[in-house]
Ligand binder design. Structure first.
Ligand SMILES: [Zn+2]
Length: 169
């Protein structure tokens, strides 16, 4: 992990419960994630996402959020199969799980919709196509640098398809 033009270290806190190193993680490709160089604008966008949406939600829910993916290099985005319009390369999106109780991710998404509406680009609950178990939650800000068109939207994704309604509806 490197920084362009800043003196920050990996243990710098971007929000009360989130460290800088959590911006450059990947379960499948940790080495590619470690090579990411964060710019000042990455820190600004990531800090905005955390402090306007993720940290208030984390405080309300009172559970540990485990970051799966946050800032991606274009190379890492391609490796994980991210879309070409992904907000991850702009540090505008985060994916996380709740290790102690992942089943509450649905409620977490609804809380974000109801309480962080104006900053929310989109929240996508990824669920298992078989048993509808939540897998992880993707949350983005309104686009700051990316060209993403989504505004204030919540979606459900399973079997690779994005839907306005959950699979159990
Ligand atoms: Zn994502």
């Amino acid at each position: 992990m490197g920084f362009a033009g800043t003196q920050y270290t990996r243990d710098h806190k971007l929000a009360d419960h989130f460290y800088l190193w959590e911006m450059v993680v990947s379960d499948d490709y940790p080495k590619a994630a470690e090579k990411i160089v964060l710019s000042e604008l990455d820190l600004l966008a990531g800090g905005f996402l955390l402090n306007s949406i993720i940290e208030p939600t984390r405080k309300f829910i009172g559970q540990v959020f485990r970051v799966q993916s946050f800032k991606r290099s274009l190379q890492l985005n391609a490796m994980v199969g991210g879309s070409s319009t992904s907000q991850h390369p702009w540090a505008e999106a985060i994916d996380f799980t709740i290790p102690d109780d992942n089943t509450i991710l649905l409620d977490v998404m609804k809380w974000i919709r109801d309480n962080c509406f104006y900053s929310l680009g989109q929240a996508i609950l990824y669920v298992d196509g078989q048993d509808y178990e939540p897998r992880f939650l993707h949350v983005s800000t309104l686009p700051l640098r990316s060209k993403k068109k989504s505004r204030h939207k919540i979606l459900y994704c399973w079997d690779g398809k994005y839907n306005l309604s959950p699979p159990w509806a």
